[in-house]
Write a protein that binds this ligand. Structure first.
Ligand SMILES: O=C(CO)COP(=O)(O)O
Length: 167
């Protein structure tokens, strides 16, 4: 039924992980269910501020991705969203360099897991994306799009973000 009204479904968002105890195993099960339907999944991963400060960013991303994707054949239908928890709804954005570095790491892991399909899996950045920072973020080679929260509630801001995306 849902498939008649929407195309994409977000799974593993940090708020689900934090407030609903969603584990990597749950994300994996949801991913399988979504892929078996006509919906396409956006799988969110990202580290907390504490984890970043402890130098654990890549280890966290690897654990979340390997957990989410375990036993799943990678396909272009999957989108990965890199959403550092400390940047969601806080007004604090990852720098383009930080975001690119994390997204490149994710792409590398996808290559290990799935080979060439990694090049056509979209990797989005999410976390306080706004019209002022969108162009720099979206210009990064491994950032294929943005997962926009707050700024999408204002049509003019959202349109400005869309306009900032490379054609
Ligand atoms: O979590 C987000 C989208 O799912 C990001 O939200 P903000 O753009 O408000 O930081």
């Amino acid at each position: 039924m849902l498939e008649d009204y929407c195309q994409l479904v977000i799974i593993g968002h940090s708020e689900r992980r934090q407030y609903f105890g969603e584990t990597d195993d749950w994300v994996n099960r949801k991913l399988r269910a979504v892929l078996a339907s006509r919906l396409d999944p956006i799988v969110c991963v990202g580290e907390t501020l504490e984890q970043r400060r402890a130098g654990e960013t890549e280890a966290v991303l690897e654990r979340q991705l390997r957990g989410a994707l375990a036993g799943v054949e990678l396909t272009h239908r999957i989108t990965i969203a890199y959403e550092p928890v400390w940047a969601i709804g806080t007004g604090e954005t990852a720098t383009p360099g930080q975001a690119q570095s994390a997204c490149a790491f994710i792409r590398g892991l996808l290559r290990q897991l799935g080979g060439d399909v990694a090049e056509v899996i979209r990797i989005q950045y999410g976390g306080s994306v706004n019209p002022a920072n969108a162009a720099d973020l979206l210009a990064q080679p491994d950032i294929d799009g943005a997962l926009v929260g707050g700024a999408s509630l204002d049509a003019a801001q959202f349109a400005a973000i869309v306009a900032a995306a490379p054609a």
